[in-house]
Design a protein around this ligand. Structure first.
Ligand code: SAM
Length: 293
């Protein structure tokens, strides 16, 4: 099968930042100039025709609307934080998902946004300021140095883990990446290192005592960074009382069937959805299920 470059013309998405503007007002404003409709799965996500360029739109400049793709916008929704919760965003910069969490929490509760890279901490702070997200505390820190025993994190109920990944789901400039089985030999070593880091980060997240929900996401299409990572932590997760839980049941593309429960996790497809993402949710047993998406 061969793919044409036109296959890659993806719709443009923009997420209304409900900390600053309500969805109806944003829609009314955009309708003056563009064809626009609402996504059926993510509240406040607006869909525009391919190649619509909103970078300089006043609502984007003012932080009332964020240019964020559909799969990326599904991650915080899958975590489903409640307004008064304490939440860690473990690998936070540039902060798109951090500020989405803040909006879902209606600016209440507390988000601890952790980022290791100094330059990226600046971008994270800019995003948070632009969004008007006042319930976020930025930590320039290695997530592995945040100790689960630290009383400061004893009430953390949810963790969003979106670790560094190969980005193979967003590599639209290289057509060879469109082949699902494609992996250059030179990438293999890098992928293994990334997968080891991703697994260690997920194990660390699982060890926080009060955490009830953990969402894990990548913008990679590689099984080694996705299902393999999830499969490898299942015994540990189960020993802490966590189990995989179905997110967005209406979404057809699920995880590769390499472990029992792979249908709980989801993928987006590089061709069908124009970007490749992976999302999995762990919920600690005995805790009530999330509100329906
Ligand atoms: N969640 C972000 C968003 O939606 O805007 C994107 C996160 S990006 C995929 C991963 C981030 O994790 C990078 O900014 C990277 O610097 C950071 N990172 C990598 N290792 C880390 C660590 N050990 N502790 C904290 N942050 C880390």
């Amino acid at each position: 099968k061969s793919y044409k470059i036109s296959d890659l013309l993806k719709p443009r998405y923009a997420r209304v930042n409900t900390l600053k503007m309500d969805i109806e007002s944003a829609l009314l404003e955009f309708k003056k100039q563009y064809e626009v409709c609402q996504d059926a799965m993510v509240s406040g996500l607006l869909i525009f025709p391919p190649r619509t360029d909103l970078h300089d739109h006043p609502l984007v400049k003012s932080g009332s609307v964020f240019l964020q793709g559909k799969a990326s916008s599904m991650v915080a929704v899958a975590l489903g934080p409640k307004p008064r919760w304490e939440v860690i965003d473990a690998c936070a910069a540039p902060g798109n998902k951090t500020v989405h969490l803040a909006a879902l929490m209606k600016g209440n509760g507390k988000i601890i946004a952790c980022e290791l890279n100094k330059e990226r901490v600046k971008r994270l702070k800019n995003t948070i300021e632009l969004a008007g997200a006042i319930n976020v505390k930025v930590k320039h820190e290695d997530f592995f140095n945040m100790s689960p025993e630290d009383p400061a994190y004893s009430k953390v109920q949810a963790i969003l883990l979106d670790p560094s990944c190969s980005g193979s789901g967003t590599a639209v400039d290289r057509l060879d990446h469109l082949l699902p089985s494609y992996t250059a030999d030179s990438d293999l070593n890098r992928l293994e290192k990334l997968a080891a880091f991703q697994r260690k980060a997920l194990e660390h997240a699982l060890s926080f005592p009060a955490v009830e929900r953990i969402v894990y996401s990548t913008c990679s299409i590689n099984q080694v960074e996705n299902e393999d990572v999830i499969k490898s932590v299942l015994p540990l997760a189960s020993s802490y009382g966590f189990e995989l839980t179905t997110i967005f049941p209406q979404w057809p593309r699920r995880g590769h069937p390499i472990f029992d429960g792979s249908q709980h996790v989801l993928r987006t497809d590089l061709i069908e959805d124009k970007e490749g993402f992976f999302i999995a949710l762990f919920v600690r047993k005995g805790v009530s299920p999330p509100a329906k998406h």
